[in-house]
Design a protein around this ligand. Sequence first.
Ligand SMILES: *[C@@H]1O[C@H](CO)[C@@H](O)[C@H](O)[C@H]1NC(C)=O
Length: 286
Amino acid sequence: MRMMMTVVLVLFGFGMAEDYRPVVIVHGIFDGPKQFSTLSRFITEAHPGTEVEVIDLYDDVSSLHPLWQQVQGFSIALTPIMTRSPAGVHLLCFSQGGLICRALLHTLPHHNVQSFISLSSPQAGQYGDTRFLQWLFPKFMKRNIFHICYNRLGQRVSICDYWNDPHHRERYIVSSSFLALINAERPHASAPGWKENFLRIRKLVLIGGPDDDVITPWQSSHFGFYDGQENIIDMRKQDYYKEDGFGLKTLDSRGGVVLCQRSGVKHTAWHSNYSVFTGCIAPWLT
Ligand SMILES: *[C@@H]1O[C@H](CO)[C@@H](O)[C@H](O)[C@H]1NC(C)=O
């Protein structure tokens, strides 16, 4: 069915004045393609003929698999779409999916992603008691989760891969096998090229807002995070920005970082909110 839709849309796209690049969507934790039908419709209504592909991998409970494992799977799905789209594609990634996408952008040397839209994604990590967390670790409070997350076994649960406890900074740097690597907070051997690969994108669009209620602190969606006293330190004052370890500062200095902040949007409403779509997403999907 999805195949047929795509074929119809591609045929439709022929002969139109504008050719839009394909949009590849990566879902978040505990969801899957179902949750993105509204967003897919917004895109094809605004930009008729666009091929929209919601990757159907690691859905629902499978989204708890370790992130590096998911990155492998998503890279196998993404590569052929990029290969048949010489003008490039756009990546639109929600929540946890935004971290999967960023790891893809670091590790795929010949990717042709133009806009990377990070939709309420904890790019600087997560430190908060959300209902997901309470479901996963019912007996634990956020200040104790580091005991579970910061060891080899814990790092095999996706949420631990971006758990960032500001009160256990050293343990995080040593134990995080995902976020501390992609944010270049831990020196590591496997990274030559990661920064250059990331800098192949043209735009990084960071979308988030104060009423999200899941991403904590919400500023993590804009690369801000807590310091040791739980004050918010903005993206441009973060060490990983100042040191430009993974290219964020370079991208920003060439005008490639767009911050989009909206109030009144709950976490699971971002991808079906039309004003978020028109204001923060559609302009970057050309
Ligand atoms: C949609 O987004 C706007 C901000 O752009 C917000 O004011 C509104 O509350 C949102 N609606 C829903 C249902 O999330």
